[in-house]
Design a protein around this ligand. Structure first.
Ligand SMILES: C[S@@+](CC[C@H](N)C(=O)[O-])C[C@H]1O[C@@H](n2cnc3c(N)ncnc32)[C@H](O)[C@@H]1O
Length: 284
């Protein structure tokens, strides 16, 4: 058996040898030496990371564009868990509306709904110059029918996630294009439409998804006209029903507000529960 004389000259591999013996004290010394070496490496690593961060932050201070990009990347990363959770709520809300079988059959006969459509067509839409209008969540196509009546030469299209509603709209409203499409996955080339219309649609889409839809609208539409529920605070109010601050959402993506107020009392659904507000904004 050999005995190790100087514990500082041996490494851990020496301790594994079975043909050498070391006293307990030597083993402890060796262990402490090894530990110190590891701690030195860790502190060197931390110092390197800190120096790197300092250099990056100096760089970001000098290059404003890089700072904006970096902050966007960090925001996106911090939103990740929320986006994963919301993804399923968005899908469930869309499936709920897509699966309704008879809702569209009563949508054209409600006298207050008809008056609301006429008000949008005759009084609100003329406030922006528009030769084309896209309605998102058009259901039976009632709004577009009254817009067509007031503005016969306007190019009109309605999209909705509900196949039965779109088939009904196609069979009952001539001269208007109707397509099955999910607003959460929709996008079109820049400036495709003069105006986009939503009525009681954003208030059925989770708010975070509405923000993404608004961003798409801000590139493809010059103006937006939204008639949606707003009770003064954003949030979920019932199953797939949300109080939506259309003004803040649209302004955050670049629209300038032309109109933001409750719709006339005689056109409300049920003011005791929540209030319908109208938003009109344009990018010009
Ligand atoms: C309360 S209804 C309003 C219909 C119509 N805008 C009106 O004023 O009568 C909501 C409509 O939004 C549609 N919708 C809900 N989520 C949608 C989505 N993700 N994409 C497209 N349409 C959607 C529903 O299918 C339904 O037709």
């Amino acid at each position: 058996m050999a005995t190790i004389q100087n514990p500082y000259l041996v490494g851990p591999h020496e301790l594994m040898r079975t043909d050498v013996t070391t006293s307990d004290e030597k083993v402890v010394r060796i262990a402490v030496t090894e530990l110190m070496a590891v701690l030195r490496m860790i502190s060197f690593g931390c110092a390197t990371v800190c120096t790197l961060l300092a250099v990056v932050s100096k760089f970001l201070e000098k290059v404003p564009r890089a700072r904006v990009v970096a902050s966007k990347v960090l925001t996106r990363l911090s939103e990740m868990p929320e986006r994963i959770r919301r993804g399923s709520e968005e899908d469930k809300a869309t499936k709920y509306w897509g699966d309704l079988k008879t809702y569209h059959l009563s949508n054209d006969d409600d006298p207050i709904a008809i008056k609301r459509s006429e008000w949008v067509a005759n009084e609100v839409l003329p406030l922006v110059p528009a030769t084309s209008l896209l309605e998102i969540g058009c259901n039976s196509g009632r709004n577009l029918f009254y817009v067509q009546r007031a503005h016969p030469s306007m190019r009109l299209r309605g999209i909705d996630v509900n196949v039965d509603a779109i088939n009904f709209a196609r069979s009952s409203k001539a001269g208007i294009e109707f397509l099955v499409s999910d607003a959460n996955k929709w996008s079109e080339p820049p400036n495709s439409w003069d105006c986009a219309l939503t009525m009681s649609v954003l208030d059925h889409i989770p708010t975070e998804s509405t923000k993404e839809l608004a961003a798409s609208l801000a590139t493809s539409c010059r103006a937006v006209l939204s008639v949606e529920l707003w009770d003064g605070e954003p949030g979920e109010r019932a199953l797939y029903k949300y109080s939506t601050d259309s003004k803040s959402i649209y302004e955050s993506v670049g629209f300038h507000t032309k109109l933001w107020c409750p719709v006339p009392r005689e056109l409300q659904y049920d003011e005791a529960k929540s209030t319908l507000w109208v938003y009109l904004g344009s990018r010009a």
